[in-house]
Design a protein around this ligand. Structure first.
Ligand code: NAP
Ligand code: ZN
Ligand code: ZN
Length: 354
């Protein structure tokens, strides 16, 4: 099997909604004119992978290969590729293509493609079949959706930046986190801990709102100025009107009115967590103080590159625990019980040939 002719590669698959992952083999398309073949070195485990594997949001196509935090090395390029060369350290996040023609794509917001961005897994691919993600040894991706990983960032740490990093960087930039701004991050998990590091590097005053004080030392080490337990009702009285920006990374429904009460006049509560049930809110919670309830979804390709460069410049990366392919099922269980500090990353060299 030479690099150029990889067509069938080992992977960990979810055979049916809610099943445990199993070893298997998946097809990869031949390297086309504008394609890059990447030998995957590391892939992060995002909580979204677990939502998808369990089909929490519906629309799952099985067997599924999750994984949208991919870091690796280019082993072949198509003849028309200009941006990447063999041997380059590269990454792939949540998207592998989009229409490139709509206003959002032209504006660098491919994640909001009016025709639907092609997600890294569980999306209809160019050949009609579902795309397969990064729990695998190789992937073929159009060069325009491949990111450059700066020298200073080890590949294992680069992987979680491709989803967790950009998902927090984008709203922090959009809502002007920086010196003089008070930012709260709700939930100290994979996304949340990157939010703390990035907001701190941007110069904001950062508060973690976690369910308990169990991660207080970690939060402060990661860059938080303050840490409060949301299980303590006094927290909500004490912090009323305290924040310019609150970003919730929680995968369950929050009591939105309580969190809106923590905003200053004109403040914004941004949700990036993905609970599957609808939320409710008293509209008066928005009217009093002209507050905004918003959402945010990953970030565009150019912005993702900007985030990687920002992380290299500020010498920051995720706290990771590297696991083997055989440990993915156990890692899923540990994410669900918040027993992760703070992102699991799969070492792709442990994915054996099927
Ligand atoms: P994670 O590592 O599991 O972190 C989530 C954190 O939320 C936990 O560490 C925990 O923090 C808190 N939490 C968990 N269950 C809770 C509950 N029942 N009540 C209150 N707090 C709870 O997950 P993640 O990978 O960071 O992903 C978080 C969410 O973001 C998921 O729903 C994922 O699908 C979604 N997501 C969205 C985007 C996007 O583009 N918008 C991108 C990636 C992921 P504490 O222990 O500190 O309370
Ligand atoms: Zn993700
Ligand atoms: Zn588009």
């Amino acid at each position: 099997m030479t690099a150029q002719t990889v067509t069938s590669v080992p992977a960990y698959l979810v055979p049916a909604a809610g099943s445990r992952l199993e070893r298997g083999t998946i097809p990869r398309r031949p390297v086309g004119e504008h394609d890059v073949l990447i030998e995957i070195k590391y892939t992060g485990i995002c909580h979204t992978d677990i939502h998808r594997a369990r089909d929490d949001m519906g629309g799952g196509v099985f067997p599924m290969v999750p994984g949208h935090e991919i870091a690796g090395v280019v082993t072949a390029v198509g003849p028309g590729v200009t941006q990447h060369r063999t041997g380059d350290r590269v990454g792939v996040g949540c998207m592998v293509d989009s229409c490139r023609n709509c206003d959002n794509c032209r504006g660098g917001q491919e994640q909001f493609c009016a025709n639907g961005a092609v997600e890294t897994y569980n999306s209809p691919g160019p050949d009609g079949g579902p795309t397969y993600g990064g729990y695998s040894t190789h992937i073929v991706v159009d060069e325009n959706f491949v990111l450059r990983i700066p020298e200073g960032i080890p590949l294992a740490e680069a992987a979680p930046l491709l989803c967790a990093g950009i998902t927090l960087y984008s709203p922090l930039v959009h809502w002007n986190a920086g010196p003089g701004k008070k930012v709260a991050v709700v939930g100290l998990g994979g996304l949340g801990h990157m939010g703390v590091k990035i907001a701190h590097a941007m110069g904001a005053e950062v508060t973690v709102l976690s369910r308990t004080l169990g991660k207080k030392d970690d939060g402060e080490r990661l860059g938080a100025d303050h840490f409060h337990a949301t299980s303590d009702p006094a927290t909500f009285e004490r912090l009323a009107g305290a924040f310019d920006l609150i970003i919730s990374t929680v995968s369950a429904n929050l009591e939105l009115d309580a969190y809106l009460s923590l905003l200053r006049t004109n403040g914004t509560l941004v949700n990036v967590g993905a609970p599957s049930a609808p939320s409710s809110v008293m509209l008066f919670s928005l009217m009093a103080g002209r507050k905004t309830l918003a959402g945010s979804l990953i970030g565009g390709i150019a912005e993702t590159q900007e985030m990687l460069d920002f992380c290299a410049e500020h010498d920051l990366g995720p706290d990771i625990e590297v696991v083997s392919g055989e440990q993915i099922n156990e890692a899923y269980e540990r994410v669900l019980t918040s027993d992760v500090r703070y992102r699991f990353v799969i070492d792709a060299s442990t994915i054996p040939a099927a």
